[in-house]
Design a protein around this ligand. Structure first.
Ligand SMILES: *[C@@H]1O[C@H](CO)[C@@H](O)[C@H](O)[C@H]1NC(C)=O
Ligand SMILES: *[C@@H]1O[C@H](CO)[C@@H](O)[C@H](O)[C@H]1NC(C)=O
Ligand SMILES: *[C@@H]1O[C@H](CO)[C@@H](O)[C@H](O)[C@H]1NC(C)=O
Ligand SMILES: *[C@@H]1O[C@H](CO)[C@@H](O)[C@H](O)[C@H]1NC(C)=O
Ligand SMILES: *[C@@H]1O[C@H](CO)[C@@H](O)[C@H](O)[C@H]1NC(C)=O
Length: 444
């Protein structure tokens, strides 16, 4: 059977090297343009920010538009609205509290921001404005703050009420990946449920037949597992819990349905909505495979927030096109430079939300790029700062890949007529290295 399996070596070298230049000329992550730690307090009793509704997702949805209305007594085109999550974002949340710094001592970046004049060109004279901001369920409440002084000298003018999703812990953004065997599918999702208390499970089966339950394992990571700033400092945000289940002994070419959930007690299970996927053909079986392979996609906000030179705007177009083509796609390979979070951890949730319609339906296989992995003296082949201190930890935790060791992003995966071999350009691949030796075996 082996002889009939075609080996494809997916190399990411070219696209990743291309990305380095492109991204540096665009000044990486938009949130890095905010000097949040320099914020000073200019709270004004007559200025306000109000957000509604206060309860989001009341119909079980995990994204919603929030109306933010505000009024400033000294408006300017420099004013901006920052979205903070958790909603309490003052110094009481800072690690290693230092009494030397003056209040308000903000130490976490917003999860997104927008200029106060965005939908009201007259804001700079009237001081009255409003925004419709798109929020996704990210396990915590949100608040909105009005700043003057631009992004570089933020002056905190007013803070809003809090808004929160009905179930902030809910299981969200399932993503499929091929397993180590051809007849295995893995499903990974994010929640706020600690596995010590609630049991993560997947309920699944061939459409219309009996279903079974499979357990999931849980991973997470801490601020200390980040290699440097901003991931360890202003970009840090608790990633919640990442659960992965292995759905095994799949029948070839079959339509499966599944939902992910958390068993809180014998009688109470919190379920996600229901999703579907199609299992792999029998290896080597004469069949048509359609795969999409790309790198460098990035993420963007549907409400136009965070735009820096319109960088990454097109990732929404790409995402839409992938969704339109889903019924002729067997698997997606996103071979590095996944979301350009670059150390701003909130962006990973937003990326998994953006690709949910794709990743919950077909295997979403990732490879590692410079923007996921590179950090000096952290074992990456290149010594650049491109991961913003993430050094690969969020990528290897948020997404499953069938590698022997998930920190080393090379693997192979069989699907129908093909064996896909994915290389890791961010670890040494030259002759005599571990990657060279093990990859030669993977190619078979
Ligand atoms: C709003 O402010 C930004 C930043 O200061 C500026 O670039 C933009 O032109 C302003 N937009 C409008 C509609 O005035
Ligand atoms: C910071 O937030 C905490 C929690 O909401 C609150 O108790 C405290 O008063 C706030 N401190 C300042 C200086 O605003
Ligand atoms: C306010 O914004 C308008 C539209 O962008 C601009 O023409 C005007 O010069 C601005 N006024 C001030 C005081 O900045
Ligand atoms: C992306 O979509 C938007 C809105 O649909 C469109 O205006 C824009 O031209 C598209 N951009 C690219 C690069 O195709
Ligand atoms: C995919 O879906 C579109 C629209 O739903 C339909 O027009 C098209 O025929 C489908 N293609 C395949 C290959 O099923």
């Amino acid at each position: 059977m082996r002889e009939s399996v075609v080996a494809i070596l997916v190399t990411v070298i070219v696209s990743v090297l291309g990305a380095i230049q492109e991204v540096e000329s665009h000044k990486d992550q938009p949130l890095s343009g905010i000097a949040i730690h320099k914020t000073t307090s200019h709270l004004h009793e007559k200025a306000y920010v109000k957000a509604s509704p206060t309860l989001l997702g009341s119909n079980g949805q995990h994204s919603e538009l929030v109306l933010v209305e505000y009024n400033s007594r000294k408006p300017s085109d420099d004013d901006w609205i920052g979205v903070f999550s958790p909603a309490d974002f003052n110094a009481s949340t800072c690690p290693g509290d230092s009494k030397m710094v003056e209040s308000p001592r903000l130490c976490s970046a917003p999860v997104k921001y927008q200029y106060a004049n965005f939908s009201n060109p007259r804001y700079n004279t009237t001081g009255i404005g409003s925004l419709k901001l798109h929020l996704i369920n990210q396990r915590s409440d949100f608040s909105f703050a009005l700043f003057s002084g631009g992004l570089l000298n933020p002056k905190l003018v007013a803070i809003s009420n809090k808004v929160v999703f009905k179930n902030p812990n809910a299981p969200v953004y399932p993503r499929l990946a091929l397993g180590q065997e051809w007849d295995e599918m893995t499903v990974t999702w994010t929640s706020g449920y600690s596995p010590d208390i609630e049991e993560p499970v997947v309920e699944w089966g061939i459409k219309g037949r009996d279903r079974k339950l499979s357990p999931a394992g849980t991973l997470t990571f801490t601020r200390n597992s980040m290699c440097g700033a901003p991931a360890r400092t202003v970009g840090w945000r608790d990633p919640g819990y990442i659960h992965t289940a292995f759905l095994k002994e799949l029948w070839p070419n079959s339509k499966y349905t599944y939902r992910v959930g958390h068993r809180l007690s014998d009688v109470e299970v919190i379920w996600s909505k229901e999703y579907q996927f199609k299992s792999s053909p029998f290896p080597g079986q004469n069949s048509l495979q359609q795969v999409v392979i790309f790198g460098d996609m990035g993420k963007a906000e549907v409400d136009g927030s965070n735009e820096y030179n319109d960088f990454q705007r097109a990732s929404l177009n790409t995402t839409k096109q992938l969704i339109r083509d889903l019924n002729k796609t067997d698997a997606v390979f996103h071979i590095g430079d996944i979301c350009y979070a670059n150390g701003y951890l909130s962006q990973w949730d937003q990326f998994t939300a953006q690709i949910e319609p794709i990743a919950s339906t077909v295997p979403y296989m990732i490879a590692s790029g410079n923007h996921e992995r590179d950090w000096p003296n952290s074992g990456s082949f290149y010594q650049g700062l491109d991961s913003g201190g993430e050094c690969g930890v969020p990528a290897e935790t948020m997404f499953y890949v069938p590698a022997q060791n998930r920190a080393k992003f090379w693997y192979s995966s069989d699907y129908g007529m093909f064996r896909f071999c994915v290389a890791d350009t961010e670890h040494d691949w030259r002759e005599g290295t571990e990657q060279y030796d093990t990859s030669s075996e993977l190619v078979g």
